[in-house]
Design a protein around this ligand. Structure first.
Ligand code: 6PG
Length: 223
């Protein structure tokens, strides 16, 4: 909660970019419960997403839906403070432009520095929806782009490194034995900037913490 308190004290608000997939579900449930929910100034908290699948908000694959079910519906956050990535209401390119406009409006001409950004990790080294071999990891100007990726569903919208490399605090949340190999590969990465793994190429200017469960960390289960 120190990050939240510092952000509100220094900037009057706490801006967080949520990650997708299954891993953050546990963190959402924790955040929506005592004491964390009571300690969060929800009227000063703004929720964004690091990426979104190009599906309706009530689709089981929607990152917004997961957060709405496990967090947003359980806490007194003002609806205006929830900034979902628009999806099927417009073509992907228009949705990306609309979300970038929302971000630029929120950051009011300042750099897009999230106080906290949650990031996941795919088994082949993707993070957000920045996948190996994709052009989005090389993006130098746009904050949000549509992508077609080798995953289900293939159409997605993602923040680019232009934003993700400015995060003040970044938490990588990684769980499960399927991530053990990629976690080890990232640990052994000698030249992250040249890595084929997008997760290695994201080098935020602020603090980066990795939260791994034992399976992802490659440790034996607790005896
Ligand atoms: C998404 C993501 C993606 C996710 C990883 C890990 O929309 O899928 O944001 O980067 O964080 O694929 O997903 P799991 O937590 O489901 O393993």
């Amino acid at each position: 909660m120190r990050i939240v308190r510092e952000a509100v004290a220094e900037r009057g608000r706490f801006a967080v970019a949520l990650s997708g997939g299954h891993t953050p579900a546990g963190m959402y449930q924790l955040w929506a419960a005592k004491p964390y929910s009571d300690d969060t100034p929800w009227d000063r908290t703004h929720l964004f997403w690091g990426d979104e699948r190009y599906v309706p908000q009530d689709d089981a694959l929607s990152n917004f839906r997961t957060a709405r079910e496990l967090l947003i519906s359980r806490v007194p956050i003002p609806p205006a403070n929830v900034h979902p990535i628009p999806t099927v209401s417009a073509p992907p390119e228009r949705s990306a432009e609309a979300y970038e406009a929302d971000l630029r409006n929120f950051f009011a001409g300042q750099a897009p520095e999230f106080d906290l950004q949650l990031l996941g990790l795919g088994p082949e080294g993707h993070t957000a929806s920045l996948f190996p071999g994709g052009a989005a990891i090389e993006e130098k100007h746009r904050w949000v782009v549509p992508v077609e990726v080798a995953a289900t569903p293939p159409e997605r919208l993602t923040l680019t490194p232009v934003v993700l490399n400015r995060g003040r605090n970044t938490f990588f949340l990684v769980s499960g034995g399927a991530k053990r190999t990629i976690v080890a590969a990232l640990r052994d990465e000698r030249d992250p900037q040249a890595s084929r793994y997008p997760a290695a190429r994201i080098q935020p200017q602020g603090r980066v913490l990795w939260f791994l469960d034992r399976a992802a960390a490659g440790q034996a289960a607790a005896g």
